[in-house]
Every structure is written in C-alpha cells, then in structure tokens.
Design a protein around this ligand. Structure first.
Ligand SMILES: Cc1ncc(COP(=O)(O)O)c(C=O)c1O
Length: 361
C-alpha cells in the first residue's frame, strides 16, 4: 500500500538529529517556555521573514489568539472561506466572533475575493484568508478590500508554510500569520503545535502574554488570556525539521510537477502566476470520485478528500445565505487528494501516475 503520509520513514531519515534534540530537552530539565522555544521562535520568524514569532499549542489557537490579540470580541464578524479545514471556523468562534463565509474559485478552491465585499457589514472586523493546499491566496486583492473597509487580516497559513506570494512568504503579509505544526503539515511536530508570525511589536507583546494566561510579569495578568504554549520538546523537534523544510518543499514541488505533466484524465488545479505553492496536498478533480477512490484503494494507493463537506453544509451553525456557495459545493463534490510527501520514492510516483492514467474515466 502507498500510504497517504509516511511518518515512520520520515522519522527514520531524521532519527539521529531528532533523538539528539529530544534528549537535549530531557537532559535540560526544562519543558515549557524555555530556550528551545525562544530559539525556534527566532528561527521561524527569520524563515517567514517577520520580526516576531510566538509559539502556541496548535494552528487553531494560533488563529484564535491572533484574532483575540487584535481586539476581536463577541459580536464581531470575521470573514473567511466556505472551503477550509473546519478548525479555521473553530478558531474564529473561539475568539468570540461570528464566522461569515465567502464562496471560492472552482479553479483552485481559494476564496473568491470579488465576493468578499458583499458580505461586509458594520460588524465585520477581520478577514482570515486560508492558503489552502499550500497555495497562496491573492493577497494584494484581499488587502485592497481590507484597507477600503478598515479590516484586519489574519492569514491561515496552516497548510502553506514556505509558500510565496509575489516573492513574500505567506504569514508575512497580513497583521499576522497563523501556522499549524500538526504532524501531517509540511513542517510537522511530533504532537500538536502552532505559531503566530508578525511584524507588529505591540501585537507580539500581547500574544506573549495571552498564550500564557495573560501574564505580563510573574503573577501579574493584564488580560484573561488562555494556556496555549509550544512545549520545549516540540520546539526542539521543529528546529531540526525547519532545517530540512526547503529541501522537503522542493521535493513536493518536483513531485507536483510530474503529476501536472504526466497525469491524464483527471483535472489538476490552476497554478496562479502571483505565487509559488508548497503542495501540502495535491488535489485532482474527477466526475467519478467514488469509483476513482475505490479503484485507487484496490490498487493499494491511499487517497483522501480535503474536504468532502464545505463549511456552510456543516451542522454546527445555521449559516445565513447558504444558497450562495455553489462553487464550494460543486468543488467539494469532485476533489480527491493523492499522495504527495518528500518520502515518496520515484517508483511509487511512477506507480501512482500509471495507475491513475489507466483509470477508465
Ligand atoms: C487550513 C487549516 N487551518 C487550521 C488548521 C488547524 O491547525 P491545528 O490542527 O494545528 O489546530 C488546520 C489543520 O488542521 C488547517 O488545515
């Protein structure tokens, strides 16, 4: 079976470095908010191209804390996309705000910026663009709308660490960027983790306190805050993996290039000229998804759907204007993700391509 991800091979390839980092933390006797976390924050900020980074417990809380530190409160509305991982919504709700959904482009699954303005009300305070599948949203277009309506931008970079928009890394463009280090991500920890990147010193200081019960100095709390910290073990592991990230992303890009050049019978997503993606996922579209997935399973290749149900169809909320998300509905009914990760061997890629090309469309 060609699995969808291969953590064991990944760990085996890095075993010496990872084990050394883990033992360094165990030997240090210091496990939360210490030197590893500080070093990782500096290294990650430098990677993304921002002045500051704050390590937190997950990507979900990175988005939530970003919004909370920007002053989002109960009753505010935050605009995002109707096709994302559900945690984008969890995070907006955690901040107290009401999520408001915008339909997507069927060519790439990203938010359709031309439809944002029709959803803006007097309560709208922020936009959370989601850099889905490792692609970048059209940030200049989003910034024009945000500036016009005085809205803040919190980039959801959970799937797109290292992706470029007009030469800039995602996470360095909005007020802040939110990253996830969930193990499947391009920069994955061996547990949960997340980070917020920003160039805003005031926001940075608020975030440092808010992730740690609002504590500004010992036993002094200027805000309620939450407990959302990146622990030393994960930080040490991420420091090792960050050193390999560009190489890993380049491997993903070259696999994607082969898929784009060689796959027939399935549609691939449009690559926008403004950006350079990092292929967290490789998504194809087919009218015969059920048969396709069954066929792939029979041929021992794992596929998944990201995501089978658009957000407006989820039962957690009664969404307003739920008749408007026709593109998200259509897109979600056709997409399938095929394996893409740095550990895939060339002969496995050959097998994936020849198997797909032999599918009777
Ligand atoms: C687009 C997107 N946003 C947010 C998240 C949340 O990240 P985490 O699982 O680290 O909370 C994820 C990943 O699960 C994601 O894919």
């Amino acid at each position: 079976m060609i699995p969808f991800v291969d953590f064991k091979t990944q760990y085996n390839n890095l075993k010496t470095e990872i084990d050394k980092a883990v033992h360094r933390v165990l030997d240090s006797g210091w496990y939360i908010l210490g030197n590893e976390g500080i070093a990782f924050e500096q290294e990650f900020a430098s990677y993304v191209g921002t002045t500051y980074c704050v390590g937190v417990a997950s990507g979900t809380e990175a988005i939530a804390l970003g919004l909370m530190a920007l002053g989002i409160v109960h009753g505010d509305e935050v605009i995002t996309t109707s096709l994302t991982a559900y945690p984008t919504i969890t995070a907006i709700v955690q901040s107290g705000a009401t999520p408001v959904l915008v339909d997507i482009h069927t060519e790439d699954g990203l938010i359709d910026v031309s439809k944002i303005e029709q959803h803006i009300t007097s309560k709208t305070k922020a936009i959370v663009p989601v850099h889905l599948y490792g692609q970048s949203c059209d940030m200049d277009a989003i910034k024009i709308v945000a500036d016009k309506h005085d809205l803040m931008i919190v980039e959801d970079c959970a799937q797109a660490v290292g992706a470029l928009y007009e030469g800039k890394k995602v996470g360095s463009i909005g007020e802040c960027g939110a990253f996830s280090f969930y193990p499947t991500k391009n920069l994955g920890a061996y547990g949960d983790g997340g980070a917020i990147t920003t160039n805003n010193e005031e926001l940075y200081n608020r975030l440092l306190a808010m992730r740690n019960y609002g504590q500004t100095s010992r036993y002094s709390h200027d805000s309620a805050g939450i407990n959302s910290r990146l622990d030393e073990m994960q930080a040490a592991i991420l420091r090792v993996k960050l050193l390999h990230l560009d190489k890993d992303n380049n491997r993903r890009k070259s696999i994607a290039q082969r898929y784009k050049n060689e796959l027939v019978g399935v549609e691939t997503l449009l690559e926008r000229t403004y950006g350079e993606g990092v292929y967290h996922l490789f998504v194809v579209k087919t009218d015969k998804r059920e048969e396709f997935m069954k066929y792939m399973e029979e041929n021992e290749i794992k596929t998944l759907i990201h995501f089978p149900m658009p957000i407006h169809a989820q039962k957690a909320f009664v969404w307003e204007r739920d008749d408007e998300y026709t593109n998200a509905t259509q897109f979600a009914s056709m997409i399938v993700s095929i394996p893409i990760y740095p550990e895939l061997e060339d002969d496995q890629i050959d097998t994936i391509i020849s198997t797909i090309n032999a599918f009777d469309n």
